[in-house]
Design a protein around this ligand. Structure first.
Ligand code: ATP
Ligand code: MG
Ligand code: MG
Length: 368
């Protein structure tokens, strides 16, 4: 918030921006960090930048987080140069601090970072047409592909067990047992929905343990508004918002994008019967994703993509239901039963995926 951003002037001085500052304004629609567009003029040339205060309530270890981003973006730069792309626009580029670090700290202890501003491209909060969703599939696919040789194990897990479905399931069961708000009797149907699928919860993590699925560099926030679309070409240009890059499974990045983007209902829809999987959107994302990375995905990863979508939806619904049982302490709620509605919408989507399972498999086969 603004109280934390008072020291932005200090941060601007500590980061190695070139030229004289001419303006600095809040920018974009991010919900996690405080983002500003900074414009400098250096010997007559306009130099636009992004400066962000890292939310260290959410990210407890901003130093490791910046080490992740620095390692990944330098690697991406090399890959983009090798493909004769534009390394200043096709990846984020950190503007280092004057002392050589990848971030700086103001005298209140806030962490700040700078990036080159990517001009001539836009992030969209809502899918304008299926083409946007296709482009986001391409962008996240290409991101995975370019990082195919990056040693994922070297990344710090900035949020522990982020997509560990069995661990989430355990937490859910404990919440049911503790039933601190005496709400469990209101949601026995939903609780049973989760428990009926218990045997599947470990499918992906088990394959990872047994070597069936490789550990990858994953983005973990594969929303449409975390890619920039080129204003001229309409094509996906760059994947941004790298706070949650962690070692993980490709099928989870794919799955979460489907969960969020191919649902016919809004995530908060009070009427869960509106939820279903749009096979049209599923196909279009798959097409883009495969174009971006099919040469690096293993056969097992491609086969497991529908399971990734199902598990991400199941896990998300379970987390909403857990929070409902615990008295709505984690997710922000603005009405009664908000978390319960959200859980029901996710479970309705899971049920619809189960109905459309064969079609989902066929679509994957078509593009591999
Ligand atoms: P979220 O709520 O998605 O987690 P966030 O708070 O982590 O967002 P970002 O996604 O990093 O913030 O940035 C917020 C917005 O600022 C982006 O959606 C994009 O519009 C803009 N933005 C971020 N980095 C750049 C950049 N390098 N060049 C141009 N615009 C950028
Ligand atoms: Mg973002
Ligand atoms: Mg973010």
């Amino acid at each position: 918030g603004d109280a934390q951003c008072k020291k932005i002037g200090e941060a601007i001085g500590l980061l190695a921006f070139q030229g004289e500052v001419v303006s600095c304004e809040r920018y974009g629609n991010g919900h996690i960090n405080d983002t500003f567009r900074l414009v400098c003029v250096d010997r007559g040339a306009i130099k636009p930048y992004i400066i962000q205060r890292i939310n260290n309530e959410v990210f407890k270890d901003p130093v490791s987080l910046m080490k992740n981003i620095s390692g990944v973006t330098s690697f991406l730069r090399e890959a983009i140069i090798a493909q004769a792309g534009d390394p200043d626009r096709e990846t984020l580029n950190i503007v280092k601090a004057r002392d050589g670090k990848d971030y700086c700290q103001d005298s209140d202890g806030n962490y700040w970072r700078g990036y080159l501003f990517i001009e001539g491209a836009t992030t969209y909060d809502k899918v304008r047409n299926p083409e946007d969703f296709y482009q986001s599939g391409r962008a996240f696919g290409r991101f995975l592909c370019r990082l195919g040789e990056y040693p994922a194990g070297k990344l710090t897990e900035t949020i522990l067990n982020f997509h560990n479905t069995p661990v989430r399931l355990q937490a859910f069961k404990e919440a049911v047992k503790a039933d601190v708000c005496n709400r469990a009797h209101l949601v026995s149907k939903e609780i049973n929905f989760v428990l009926d699928r218990e045997s599947e919860a470990d499918t992906a993590m088990k394959l990872l343990r047994e070597g069936g699925l490789p550990l990858r560099v994953t983005h973990n926030d594969t929303k449409l508004n975390n890619i920039m679309i080129d204003d001229q070409t309409g094509e996906a240009l760059c994947v941004i918002d790298l706070d949650t890059i962690m070692p993980g499974l490709s099928i989870f990045d794919f799955g979460d994008a489907i969960r969020f983007g191919a649902n016919t209902a809004e995530e908060d829809d009070p009427d869960s019967s509106k939820a279903s999987l749009s096979l049209e959107l599923f196909e279009i994302y798959t097409k883009g994703y495969m174009e971006g990375c099919k040469e690096v995905l293993t056969a097992e990863e491609r086969t497991m993509l529908p399971m990734g979508a199902k598990l991400m939806t199941y896990e998300c619904g379970m987390r909403f239901l857990t929070d409902f049982l615990q008295g709505d302490t984690y997710f922000h709620t603005s009405r009664d039963n908000h978390n319960l509605d959200r859980a029901r919408t996710q479970f309705a989507l899971v049920a619809d995926m189960e109905k459309k399972w064969v079609e989902m498999k066929e679509i994957i086969n078509k593009y591999q």
